[in-house]
Design a protein around this ligand. Structure first.
Ligand code: HEC
Ligand SMILES: [Cu+2]
Length: 367
């Protein structure tokens, strides 16, 4: 009965309320109902109890001409009333809360899955049904259940999409998930709701709720983004769309992380100075008929077959990007690495040329 009430009460077009952002998912209405139910119940009892209290304080204040009244011990009907009525209310609160929780925790079978990675301080989304393409924005089709399967590259984060009323911790060393069904096309905030370090407040991105058709177009656009980009834009593309997958291990400012910094990497590679765990140096391995045809070839193979040659003093923990990056994306990274000093300053800020925005935007998504 209560949930039927919920769906009726909030069945109108979504709108921002005094308390809440718009309701942009199926679940949002029920969630808000629980919120309003508990809030108004509390307001009601607050007014009732405080009102009676003030009334009694005034009515029965101590007056010197009235003799002390005898002390009451108890009143069974009164005590039963103030026990049973609140008990029913607490059970009602439990019921609406539990019902919503159970629904929230059970993604429907066949929901569209997006893999999410949280890393200091960036979200990245990969769409396994769409050739594993990855983007910094979340795109979802409208009116279709979507399940986010989430993991963290470093510390505890929390995926929070206020308009969908969903939030779930993203925990290192395990997968967590959440699901929603977006109902309102548009562009909304995605934020990290767990303090995760100095850059926590910048760990935000956007979710785009698109019609089924726009969603497919968007996926196609992302898939072909690198193929379509002119050569001179490739380093910028690599920096903007791909570096986020490497940044947890490779810095741009010269400080070593899990992997070597990219600053100075090309210089060292070009000169063949890099030393590997087996004592060999890059210069011995580069040249016609050798392991690496050219220094560029070393970079290329480092990305596709990172286990082939491991650098001295580093763990062999670089994951392979074979099957995850397309040829042209690897090309873009190699271009970026080779010209890093011209493109990115020591703070990691882009200082190279920025491509012109495309003349026409055919995808229909607001950006
Ligand atoms: C989980 C950490 C990690 C991630 C993520 C990572 N790498 Fe690495 N990378 C390493 C480590 C550790 C090494 C050094 C060991 C080795 O040679 O494999 C390395 C080495 C390299 C090298 C050779 C460096 C040199 O000094 O010779 C290149 C090039 C490289 N990575 C590119 C990338 C690119 C491009 C990405 C992202 C698409 C990436 N890495 C993502 C850990 C990582
Ligand atoms: Cu975070």
């Amino acid at each position: 009965m209560i949930s039927a009430l919920a769906t009726n009460m909030f069945a109108q077009a979504p709108q921002r309320s005094f308390w809440m952002p718009i309701e942009a998912s199926k679940f949002a209405r029920e969630m808000d109902f629980v919120f309003y139910f508990i809030t108004w119940l509390s307001v009601f009892f607050f007014v009732l109890i405080v009102g009676i209290m003030i009334f009694f304080m005034v009515r029965y204040r101590r007056r010197s001409h009235i003799a002390n009244v005898p002390c009451f011990t108890h009143n069974t009907p009164l005590e039963l009333t103030w026990t049973i009525i609140p008990l029913i209310m607490v059970i009602a609160i439990f019921y609406v809360g539990m019902k919503g929780y159970v629904k929230l925790r059970q993604p429907p079978i066949g929901a569209y899955t997006v893999n999410v990675t949280g890393a200091k301080w960036q979200w990245s989304f990969s769409y396994p049904d769409n050739e594993g393409i990855t983007d910094d924005f979340l795109y979802v089709p409208v009116d279709r259940p979507v399940r986010l399967v989430m993991k963290s590259d470093d510390v505890l984060h929390s995926m929070f999409i206020p308009v969908f009323r969903v939030k779930q911790d993203v925990v290192p060393g395990r997968y967590t998930d959440l699901w929603f069904e977006a109902t309102e096309p548009g562009e909304y905030d995605v934020i990290c709701a767990e303090y995760c370090g100095t850059g926590h407040s910048t760990m935000t991105t956007r979710v785009f709720v698109l019609s089924e058709e726009d969603f497919e177009l968007k996926m196609a656009e992302i898939r072909l983004r690198f193929e379509k980009a002119p050569d001179q834009d490739l380093p910028w593309m690599a920096f903007t769309y791909l570096y986020s997958r490497c940044m947890s291990c490779h810095s741009l400012d010269g400080t070593d992380g899990i992997g070597p910094s990219w600053r100075g990497l090309w210089d060292r590679t070009k000169k063949g100075e890099t030393v590997f765990t087996d004592g060999s140096t890059l210069s011995e391995l580069t040249g016609a008929g050798k392991m690496f045809a050219t220094p560029e070839d070393y970079l290329y193979r480092s990305i596709l077959y990172p286990q082939e040659k491991i650098r001295e003093n580093y763990p062999g923990s670089m994951p392979t990007f074979k099957g995850l990056l397309r040829e042209r994306q690897i090309d873009a990274i190699v271009h970026l690495l080779k010209g890093l000093d011209d493109y990115v300053d020591a703070n990691g800020t882009w200082i190279g040329p920025v491509p012109e925005p495309p003349a026409e935007n055919t995808d229909g998504a607001k950006e």
